[in-house]
Every structure is written in C-alpha cells, then in structure tokens.
Design a protein around this ligand. Structure first.
Ligand code: NAD
Length: 287
C-alpha cells in the first residue's frame, strides 16, 4: 500500500480519494475548500496546508483540478508540489486539461528530474463513487504498471493510450464526439417533436440505424476503416436531405445550429461536382 498526496477534492476528486482510502492507501489531502478537506479527514486522510506539504514523503501525487492553469499553479507556484516532491515519486494528473498543457507540464517536470504522467477519466461522478471510472492512462509502461494499484481503486477499466500525452488526447477526442453527438441528438429530438412525429417512433428507427448506433460500429468498419473510400451514399444526396431537414426546421421555428454548420461543410464538394472528398475525411459513407 502507498502513501498518496491527493489535491483537488471536488465532485470527482472526493469519491476518488475515498476509494483510495478504502483500498488501504494512506492519504494526505489538500484543497482550497476546507469542507472538502474535512470530508476526507473524516474518512481517515491527513489534512495538509499546501500542495508542498501534501507532497512531502509520498510515493504518488494525484491532481484532480478544474483546468490546466490551476494544475500548473499547484505544481510550480510557491508552496507547490515540485518544491517538496521526491525524485522517485510519480505525479499523476487526472484532470481534463489541454493536451499541449499536459505536454508542457511533463517536459517542465522532467527538466527538474521529476516524473509526471496523465490519467484523465471517462464516465461520471456516479461511476467515481462506485470506483468504476474509465482510466485513460498516458505514460510509459513502467509508470502505468506502477500506478495500476491506484487506478484499480478508482476505476474498473484502464486503457494504455500509447505514451505520454496520449491519455489526455484520447479523452479530448472522446469528449468531442460525445458532446457533439449529444447536441445533435437534442436537435433531432426537438425537430421530431416540432413536426408532430412521435418521438418513440423516431427513436426506434434511429436505434436500428447508424443515426443512433454511430458510424464507427456500423458503416465505417467494413468501408472507411478498411480503406474502401468508394462512394456508398453520395454527398449530394446528403446535402439534399440535410437541406430538407433545415427547411422543415425553419418553417416550424426550430433553431438547428449543428445542422446549419454541416451544410456549409458539405456544400463545397457538392459545388465542385465531386461529392466525395473533404479534407482528411471521406464523407461517402453515410449508410
Ligand atoms: P470540481 O469543481 O467539483 O472540483 C475541483 C476541486 O478543486 C474543488 O474542490 C476546488 O476547491 C479544488 N481546487 C481548485 N483550485 C485549487 C487549488 N489551486 N488548489 C487545491 N484545490 C483546488 O470539479 P470536478 O467535477 O471534480 O472535475 C475535476 C476534473 O475532472 C476536471 O478537470 C473535469 O473536467 C474532470 N472530469 C469531471 C467529470 C464530472 O463528471 N464532473 C467527469 C470526468 C472528468
């Protein structure tokens, strides 16, 4: 069992730290919010008065903070982690921050002989409470192996993302898809209701097609991901169908922010009479 400094005891950090204690680890905690610190002390953690005092004589330092500027401050400002951290300790940043900030922090730490990896998490605070987070580990194989007992307390699955900085990259890509699809789902729901379509019917249709199932598990594996870029559903037809949906939305006063942007994305190859290639992607496979 290890001695761990845990910094950032919010919605996610609080249950993650509690699960480390349940797993038998010894915790030294720090947060600007005294109530958050007291909640952990009630579970057996030791309160500290700065990131520096939390990080003294520990094997791991975990940070779970709102953004990259705060992570940088906690590491490098006066009374920061790096003023006391041991050379053989491992800092694990589990916050969601900009990947280029992660790269810069890892480099800055390495310049002073200190080790850092990132391990942002997928899923929600309910999963954090149950110790069922998805851990997206970016670091060397040795760092991930060393941190695995901690990850096993906080999560139910660890993905080795393929090296330093790759955990936060896959987290951002995943969240980009998830957030964009959520907004698109809300648009489709609102339009369904506005045109008098029973949403349960719309849902049952979309749940059986790539619209609801997603393209990565339906249309792409046998075509785009297999290197087959030949047209399946032509982009000029996609342009027409999108145009009809947008016209419909306009007539029933439903704003379609995502759809409006998609039209401008698709219109250019249609104008060129190609209907196939757009940037690095090939929108020939709507399914
Ligand atoms: P939160 O705002 O609930 O908690 C952040 C904590 O950090 C607070 O307790 C705050 O007091 C503390 N803090 C801020 N500045 C500090 C400083 N300088 N020193 C010490 N403590 C400081 O945020 P959260 O929801 O726990 O999210 C934390 C990270 O996890 C974020 O990067 C977020 O994007 C990511 N995340 C959140 C969720 C979620 O569902 N909430 C899911 C996955 C990932």
């Amino acid at each position: 069992m290890s001695t761990i400094a845990f910094i950032g005891l919010g919605q996610m950090g609080d249950p993650m730290a509690k699960n480390l204690i349940k797993g038998g680890h010894t915790l030294k905690v720090f947060d600007l919010n005294k109530e958050a610190v007291q909640n952990l002390v009630n579970e057996g953690a030791t309160a500290t008065d700065s990131p520096a005092s939390a990080s003294q004589d520990v094997e791991f330092i975990v940070t779970m903070l709102p953004n990259g500027t705060l992570v940088k401050n906690v590491l490098f400002a006066e009374n920061g982690v790096t003023s006391t951290m041991n050379k053989d300790a491992l800092l694990i940043d589990m916050s969601t921050i900009h990947p280029f900030e992660t790269d810069a922090l890892i480099k800055e730490m390495a310049n002073t002989g200190l080790q850092m990896m990132e391990a942002p998490v997928g899923r929600t605070s309910d999963h954090a409470v149950k110790g069922e987070l998805l851990i997206l580990a970016g670091g060397t194989k040795e760092q991930i192996t060393k941190a695995q007992p901690l990850f096993d307390c906080m999560g139910s699955e660890t993905i080795d993302a393929g090296g330093a900085g790759m955990g936060i990259r896959v987290k951002i890509i995943n969240n980009y898809m998830s957030i964009a699809l959520n907004a698109l789902s809300a648009e489709a729901t609102t339009l369904s209701e506005a045109i008098g379509l029973d949403f349960e019917t719309a849902l049952s249709v979309m749940n059986g097609t790539p619209a609801g199932k997603g393209h990565f598990t339906t249309t792409w594996p046998g075509k785009v991901l297999a290197g087959d870029l030949s047209p399946a559903f032509m982009v000029d037809l996609a342009h027409k169908d999108l145009g009809i949906a947008l016209d419909l939305a306009n007539q029933v006063n439903v704003p379609m922010v995502c759809g409006a942007h998609l039209v401008s994305f698709i219109v250019s190859p249609v104008r060129q009479g190609e209907g196939v290639k757009i940037g690095p992607l090939f929108l020939n496979n709507f399914g």
